[in-house]
Design a protein around this ligand. Structure first.
Ligand SMILES: *Cc1c(COP(=O)(O)O)cnc(C)c1O
Length: 393
């Protein structure tokens, strides 16, 4: 069946599937490191690319390939690459597309380690980086240098939930021959398709909404064209950031319900955001679906829904944040996001506790900031849980 002609939900279920000789309903886990050649000639033909097949799991494996093909179809890309983690995808993309003396422009509020690995490792190899507020396209234009090779966008970005116009940013970048990478972890292809909007590469932490069950870590890169795909694939194979077949099987299982999960979560997220916006102990709420969000119009233009991630600020600051953390019962106090279970975190007292107040504020992490990843539980339970915790302040 040519799944490319099917709708998004049908692709989620069927794209890339490999049924075995027994008629398996799902792609089996090919838990093998290596594949035997039928003859020396067969081995030679596989290595020369004259025949299609598998050689060694770091290079390719049927279960992993199923996931890669599914993700490529969902993002309308040329082909996909599955990796061991979202950070393996990030570092592989940087390694493939940047050389000594090159310059990269990145969204300032990008996922912390995506910025950290540039500052701590890529600068060692002579790569220059600029971190700018990409919500304002002029900032991107101003940051472009003659050696700029990559524009790296995250939208919506954490924890400010600020958006970047992918179409406009890509136009500016392409005028200068700059490759555009978009981290689509928060939106997933169900809500936003960066390649259709002009980006060259889409990146995912599969750990989050795509797998959706908080039981696996994984990453992916999907390229729009063969040339960039080949560079990414070669780098992944040489650097060794490949996914494992069992991990791929789990993600294939998880992603089949992506639309159902995201749909339920975002319907609840809208209600949770409205509840918080009207709460006297909350000073502001950032959610792209609220009219008060500064980029609500852009969200409506480039996303088909507003997602399940909410940031809000407690009037009571740091202490109020710890009170809420210690009194929620339904939401789990945890980093990560995008699972069926609601997760809550207070960056100032938890993941960024070791960072100075000045450093936190430069990253948009105020003392009363709380981030909530809305799960698929009953929305009344989610709201009641938050309400009774807020009442304790
Ligand atoms: C979690 C995350 C990553 C990193 O992914 P891992 O799977 O944890 O390595 C990258 N980008 C975003 C937006 C994330 O949320």
């Amino acid at each position: 069946m040519d799944t490319k002609k099917l709708g998004f939900n049908s692709k989620l279920v069927h794209a890339g599937d490999k049924h075995d000789e027994y008629g398996s309903a799902v792609t089996p886990i090919y838990q093998t490191s290596t594949f035997a050649f039928k003859s020396s000639q067969h081995g030679a033909d596989l290595f020369a690319g004259k025949e299609k097949g598998y050689i060694y799991t770091r290079i390719g494996n049927p279960t992993i390939e199923n996931l890669e093909d599914k993700l490529a179809e969902l993002e309308n890309g040329y082909r996909g690459i599955a990796l061991s983690s979202g950070m393996a995808a990030v570092s592989t993309a940087y390694m493939a597309l940047l050389s000594q003396g090159d310059h990269i422009i990145s969204t300032a509020a990008v996922y912390g380690p995506s910025r950290g690995v540039l500052e701590s490792h890529f600068t060692k190899f002579g790569v220059e980086c600029s971190f700018v507020e990409t919500s304002n396209i002029e900032n991107i234009e101003k940051a472009i240098q003659s050696n700029t090779k990559v524009l790296y966008l995250e939208t919506p970005a954490n924890p400010t939930i600020s958006l970047t116009d992918i179409e406009e940013a890509s136009k500016v970048a392409h005028k200068h021959g700059i490759v555009v990478i978009v981290d689509n972890t928060f939106s997933t292809p169900y809500l936003q398709k960066p390649l259709d909007l002009g980006a060259d590469v889409v990146l995912h932490s599969l750990t989050k909404f795509i797998n959706g069950h908080a039981d696996i870590v994984g990453g992916a890169l999907i390229a729009k064209e063969k040339e960039i795909y080949d560079k990414l694939r070669k780098t992944m194979t040489l650097m060794g950031g490949n996914m494992d077949p069992h991990q791929a099987y789990m993600v294939i299982r998880g992603v089949k319900t992506l639309s159902l999960r995201v749909e339920r979560s975002q319907q609840s997220a809208m209600k949770v955001a409205q509840f918080l916006e009207n709460h006297p102990k909350v000073s502001w709420v950032k959610y792209p679906g609220l009219e008060s969000h500064p980029q609500h119009a852009l969200a409506k233009k480039q996303m088909s829904g507003f997602g399940a991630m909410i940031s809000f600020e407690l009037k009571g600051g740091y202490d109020a944040g710890t009170i809420v953390m210690n009194n929620v019962h339904l939401a789990l106090l945890a980093v990560s996001l995008g699972g069926v279970e609601s997760l809550i975190q207070h960056p100032a007292s938890m993941p960024h506790a070791g960072v100075s107040k000045e450093g936190r504020e430069a990253a948009g992490i105020t003392n009363g900031l709380v981030r909530y990843s809305v799960g698929i539980e009953d929305v009344d339970d989610i709201i009641n849980d938050l309400k009774q915790a807020l009442d304790k302040i």
